[in-house]
Ligand binder design. Structure first.
Ligand code: PEP
Ligand code: MN
Length: 451
C-alpha cells in the first residue's frame, strides 16, 4: 500500500500517518520528495489501516497488492501449469477436455463412457462418487465403490480421474483412488474442506461458489494454497442470477478477469453452467474462445435415464461432435506432443557472448525479412481469391502447425513452437483481412459513384 501525502502536508501530518501504521504492527517507509512525501506501508494485514485515506494531509491511498497473495499474479508472474498423472493443464498447453458422467452409476456405465471420451480425445475422466444433491431424496452417489471403479477406469484407459470430495475425512480415500480432487460449488466456502485438500498432495479443482464473487473465489483458492498445496485449478461453473432460462448464468467474463489476476489455470464447466444439453457445445466453444485452459463436460451413455443431471449430459454422439468442432477450430490438436529430440549443441563454444549476440541479431534480421516475404505470399493468395472473401483454410493451417510442432529439432518444445506459428498465422490473417476490406471499400465506393 502506498500513501501519497498532499504537497501541503505538514511534518505532523506525516508523523501521524506513520504512527497509525506502526500502531497496527505494520511498517512505514518514507520517501521524501521535493514536492511531496510518499509512504510505503508493508505488512501482512493491510485491512487494519484501511482508514489511512481519511487522515488529514493524505491525498490518496493506493492498494498495490491483492488480498490473495499466493493466488495473485503480483506474487507469481509465471502462469502455473498443474500436472495430474501425466496430463498438464494451464499455460502453454492445449485445451484439456475433462469428460464423463455426472455420477458413477455402475461399472458398465463408467467403463463405456470412459472408453468413449478417451476415443474422442478427452484427457481426463470425471465421475461423481459422493453427490452433493440439493434434495436429500435425490441419488447421493455410490460412495466409496465408485472411487474404486474410477481407479479401475484409470487402469483400463490410462486417463487420470477426477471426483468431488465432500467430507474432509474422505481425503485419504480420494488420494488413494483419484488423481484430482474436486471441491464443488456448494463447498467453495467450506473452509475445513479447503484446508483438508490443501494438505493433500493431489491437485485440486476448485469450483466457483453459486454466488461467489471472483475475489471470494480467489480467497477460497488462497486457503488451499496457503495450507501447502500449490496445484489449484479454478473452474467457472455458472452463478445464480435472476435468469431462469438456464440453470445458472455462465460467467465467461470470469475467464479473462481471472487471467489478469491469477496465475492459476482456469477451466469452464458448460454443463452445470447452462443445465441444458443443447447449450453445452456452444458455450464450450465460447469458453475455448475466451482462453479457458480446459473444459469439464458431463457425458452419459443414455442421458434421458441418467440418475443425475441427465438434462445437461451429452450423448456419446454429441460429445464426439463437440470434440470434432474443437479440433476443427484448433482448440484441440490431433498431434502427438511428445517433446522433440534436442539437437546436437551448436559449435559456438569458443565464441564470446558478444559474438553469439551478433549471430542472434543477424538471425532476427533474416527472420523479419522472411516473415515479410511470407506475408507477401499470403497476400498473393488473398488476391487470387474472390475479392472480398478473406479467410483462411483451417485445415491447411492445422497441418502447418502440426508440421511446425513435430518436424524440427531444437530446444523449443512443440507447444512453444506452436505459439510462434500461431502468432505468425494470426498476423498473416490480419494482412489478408486488411486487403479484403480495402477491396470491399473500393468496390463500394465504385458502386456508389457509379450509381
Ligand atoms: C459436479 O461437477 O458434479 C457438480 C456437482 O458441480 P457443481 O459443484 O459445480 O454444482
Ligand atoms: Mn452434475
Amino acid at each position: 500500500m502506498i500513501v501519497v501525502m498532499r504537497p501541503s502536508a505538514t511534518q505532523e501530518e506525516v508523523d501521524e500517518v506513520r504512527r497509525a501504521v506502526e500502531e497496527h504492527g505494520l511498517e512505514a517507509f518514507l520517501s521524501v520528495g521535493e514536492e511531496r512525501t510518499v509512504i510505503g506501508v508493508v505488512g501482512s494485514d493491510l485491512e487494519r489501516v484501511a482508514h489511512l485515506g481519511t487522515l488529514s494531509g493524505v491525498e490518496q491511498v493506493i492498494r498495490i497488492s491483492s488480498p490473495y497473495k499466493l493466488a495473485s499474479v503480483e506474487h507469481h508472474v509465471e502462469r502455473t501449469r498443474v500436472r495430474a498423472n501425466g496430463v498438464e493443464i494451464g499455460f502453454g498447453q492445449e485445451l484439456v477436455v475433462i469428460a464423463g458422467p455426472c455420477a458413477v452409476e455402475s461399472r458398465e456405465q463408467l467403463m463405456e463412457t470412459a472408453r468413449c471420451v478417451k476415443r474422442e480425445g478427452a484427457r481426463v475422466l470425471r465421475g461423481g462418487a459422493f453427490k452433493p444433491r440439493t434434495s436429500p431424496y435425490s441419488f447421493q452417489g455410490m460412495g466409496l465403490p465408485a472411487l474404486k471403479l474410477l481407479a479401475e477406469a484409470h487402469e483400463a484407459t490410462g486417463l487420470p480421474v477426477i471426483s468431488e470430495v465432500v467430507d474432509p475425512a474422505d481425503v485419504p480415500a480420494f488420494e488413494e483412488h483419484v488423481d484430482i480432487l474436486q471441491v464443488g460449488a456448494r463447498n467453495m466456502h467450506n473452509f475445513v474442506l479447503l484446508r483438508a485438500v490443501g494438505q493433500s498432495r493431489r491437485p485440486v479443482l476448485l469450483k466457483r461458489g453459486l454466488s461467489a464473487t471472483i475475489e471470494e473465489w480467489l480467497l477460497a483458492a488462497e486457503y488451499i494454497l496457503s495450507t501447502g498445496n500449490p496445484n489449484v485449478i479454478l473452474c467457472e461453473r455458472g452463478i445464480r442470477t435472476f435468469e431462469t432460462a438456464t440453470r445458472n448464468t455462465l460467467d465467461l467474463s470470469a475467464v479473462p478477469v481471472l487471467r489478469s489476476r491469477t496465475h492459476l489455470p482456469i477451466i469452464v464447466d458448460p454443463s452445470h453452467g447452462t443445465g441444458h444439453r443443447a447449450l453445452v457445445a456452444p458455450m464450450a466453444l465460447a469458453s475455448a474462445a475466451v482462453g479457458a485452459d480446459g473444459l469439464i463436460i458431463e457425458v452419459h451413455p443414455d442421458p434421458p435415464n441418467a440418475l443425475s443431471d441427465g438434462d445437461q449430459s451429452l450423448s456419446f454422439e454429441e460429445f464426439g461432435a463437440l470434440m470434432d468442432e474443437l479440433r476443427r477450430l484448433q482448440f484441440v490438436r490431433a498431434v502427438d506432443t511428445a517433446p522433440v529430440q534436442p539437437a546436437a549443441p551448436p559449435p559456438f563454444a569458443a565464441e564470446g557472448i558478444e559474438d553469439v549476440r551478433d549471430r542472434i541479431d543477424d538471425l532476427d534480421t533474416r527472420l523479419a525479412e522472411m516473415v515479410q516475404e511470407r506475408a507477401s505470399l499470403a497476400l498473393e493468395v488473398q488476391r487470387r481469391r474472390t475479392p472480398n472473401a478473406h479467410g483462411h483454410d483451417v485445415l491447411r493451417e492445422r497441418t502447418l502447425l502440426e508440421r511446425a510442432a513435430s518436424g524440427t529439432t531444437g530446444p523449443m518444445t512443440p507447444a512453444e513452437l506452436t505459439m510462434v506459428f500461431d502468432a505468425l498465422l494470426r498476423a498473416s490473417r490480419a494482412v489478408q483481412r486488411r486487403h479484403a476490406q480495402a477491396v470491399t471499400e473500393a468496390d463500394a465506393a465504385a458502386t456508389g459513384s457509379g450509381g
